[in-house]
Design a protein around this ligand. Structure first.
Ligand SMILES: NC(=O)C1=CN([C@@H]2O[C@H](COP(=O)(O)OP(=O)(O)OC[C@H]3O[C@@H](n4cnc5c(N)ncnc54)[C@H](OP(=O)(O)O)[C@@H]3O)[C@@H](O)[C@H]2O)C=CC1
Ligand SMILES: O=C(O)[C@@H]1CCC=N1
Length: 268
């Protein structure tokens, strides 16, 4: 099985690196295509992948084609791919918004898997949601799921609406967590801690809270109660968040990402 990743950016390289460790693939069976000379030059120096600039040199050889370019580059890319793809090839899109139907129409191909990955894939803790066109067989989907799992966990969702929804939760979600971390870092610095100590305070707090959340079947609300003593410090903080409607604002933000994913798909 030969695999091609198009777009050697954040996501493309992360997935290529992770999938290269899969038992399903032999060495040198991952090709990478990118349009930037700079990236190709540096990848040729440091990576063990076969790197290409011209789609004609790699697209026809691939069984699975991962699309990891930005959504606004999709149509330009499809224009180059359409004349050289063949019916049996499976396209796996990592792009936000771009719909299965749009990819099928643009490439005149039936087998398309649409995914929504997230950045923690870089450290093997990613979450990829995916759904596929009915032409992708169960066996093919199992192979793809195995490859996606090299970056962390994957979940199959019912339809593309849930891909857009998971974009609002897990796809964009790491940025919400970083937002929260940034605010806590700023507060720690204002309280007089050094940058290094602030980072340890914030990092260990997040790691510990996530580990607790994963350990037991206890809701975040219940965990909040376990931290907050009556009339104590945590209650003061949580009341301040409630007074400022932070809960609603976070949900609103998640829906903004969900809606933006739908919007991106409207012309795609
Ligand atoms: N970053 C994230 O956390 C997440 C990203 N995604 C999705 O992943 C996709 C990739 O995002 P990300 O990795 O951040 O983007 P990057 O910009 O880091 O990477 C995209 C790469 O594709 C290259 N490229 C552009 N056009 C072409 C082309 N026609 N042929 C070959 N290569 C091309 C770009 O080159 P150049 O720089 O020269 O344009 C760049 O190297 C997006 O569609 C995004 O929606 C999904 C979930 C999370
Ligand atoms: O911001 C974006 O559009 C992409 C999709 C999810 C995360 N990053």
């Amino acid at each position: 099985m030969k695999l091609l990743v198009i777009g050697a950016g954040n996501m493309g390289l992360t997935y290529a690196e992770a999938m290269s460790k899969s038992k399903l693939l032999k060495k040198r069976n991952i090709m990478i295509l990118d349009s930037s000379d700079e990236k190709i030059e540096s990848l040729n120096k440091i990576s063990h992948f076969d790197v290409f600039k011209d789609p004609k040199d790699c697209v026809p050889q691939a069984d699975l084609i991962f699309l990891a370019v930005k959504p606004f580059h999709a149509d330009e890319l499809f224009g180059k791919m359409a004349p050289i793809v063949t019916k049996g090839q499976i396209v796996i899109s990592l792009m936000a918004g771009v719909t299965i139907k749009h990819i099928q129409d643009a490439l005149d191909l039936a087998k398309v898997v649409r995914t929504m990955p997230n950045l923690p894939a870089k450290v093997g803790k990613g979450l990829t949601s995916y759904t596929a066109s009915e032409e992708v067989s169960r066996i093919e989907l199992l192979t793809i799921e195995n490859l996606l799992n090299t970056t962390g966990k994957s979940i199959q969702v019912k339809n593309e609406n849930f891909i857009d929804a998971s974009t609002g939760i897990s796809g964009s979600g790491p940025a919400y967590v970083f937002y929260f971390m940034q605010s806590m870092m700023e507060a720690a610095l204002q309280m007089g801690f050094s940058e290094n100590v602030s980072k340890v305070l914030v990092s260990q707090t997040f790691t510990g809270a996530v580990d607790l959340f994963n350990q037991d079947d206890i809701s975040p609300n219940r965990w909040m109660e376990l931290v907050a003593s009556k009339g104590g410090t945590t209650r003061a903080a949580l009341d301040s968040m409630d007074d400022n409607n932070v809960n609603e604002l976070i949900k609103e933000a998640a829906f903004a990402a969900f809606n933006r994913a739908i919007e991106l798909g409207k012309d795609k």
